[in-house]
Design a protein around this ligand. Structure first.
Ligand code: GRF
Length: 215
């Protein structure tokens, strides 16, 4: 029998993406198992969400480590105990060092609230508004050592209406995110999406550009 996709989810805050993944698993829509949730923030609400669903939820407070390297080493040790197929960054606000990224090469996913390569980094909604953009979106990409820079696998977009501010954009973005993460994890679980030496294949066709999310 095919084994469920095993996941470790890293969070720093609200955990609404984590919740969307949990809900999809519990609804039988996603054949995956969350083996571990780690937050670098002790009072992140996402930890509470994880515990409510009986998940192993641990805190690794980066401030308790001398530097990024020792934090990353502790993170790797925790991750290794559960041997995840994929590490899912869901609002995890720490940059992972090159050694950690290398260790889990092509197995770390991140979700970012912009149409990458545009608007890497923080405050993407405000920056898009400041630039007078008429569309914005969400990207899910493989993590590399550079910030918000790895190959983009999936993108979804939405229009910015004339009256929209940061709040409206965030609402549209989150609604998309909550469908996109379960969707891409589902494709990985089913073997429709495969990653081979950093190259992505969807239905065995080499992806030359991100899959456009619609549904
Ligand atoms: C999301 O908007 C995601 O794109 C960004 O951080 C936010 C996390 O939200 N990387 P949540 O913690 O999943 O609610």
């Amino acid at each position: 029998m095919k084994r469920a996709l095993s996941l470790a989810v890293l969070i720093s805050g609200n955990g609404s993406n984590l919740q969307a993944i949990i809900d999809a698993i519990e609804a039988g829509e996603l054949d995956a198992e969350i083996r571990l949730v780690i937050s670098n923030i002790g009072d992140a609400f996402g930890l509470e969400r994880a515990r409510r669903h009986g998940l192993d939820a641990r805190v690794l407070d980066h401030r308790e480590f001398a530097d990024r390297k020792t934090f990353d080493t502790a993170l790797a040790q925790a991750l290794d105990t559960v041997e995840p197929d994929f590490i899912v960054l869901a609002g995890f606000m720490r940059i992972l060092g090159a050694d950690l990224v290398e260790r889990y090469q092509h197995r770390i996913l991140n979700i970012h609230p912009s149409l990458l390569p545009n608007y890497k980094g923080l405050d993407t909604y405000q920056r898009a508004l400041d630039h007078g953009e008429t569309r914005h979106g969400v990207s899910i990409h493989l993590v590399t050592a550079a910030l918000d820079d790895g190959p983009v696998l999936l993108q979804g977009s939405y229009p910015i209406e004339a009256d929209d501010g940061v709040e409206q954009m965030a609402a549209k973005g989150h609604a998309l995110e909550h469908r996109m993460y379960p969707a891409i994890l589902g494709w990985l679980a089913e073997g429709r999406l495969t990653i081979d030496r950093g190259q992505a294949y969807y239905d065995r066709v080499h992806l030359q550009s991100p899959i456009q999310f619609s549904a």
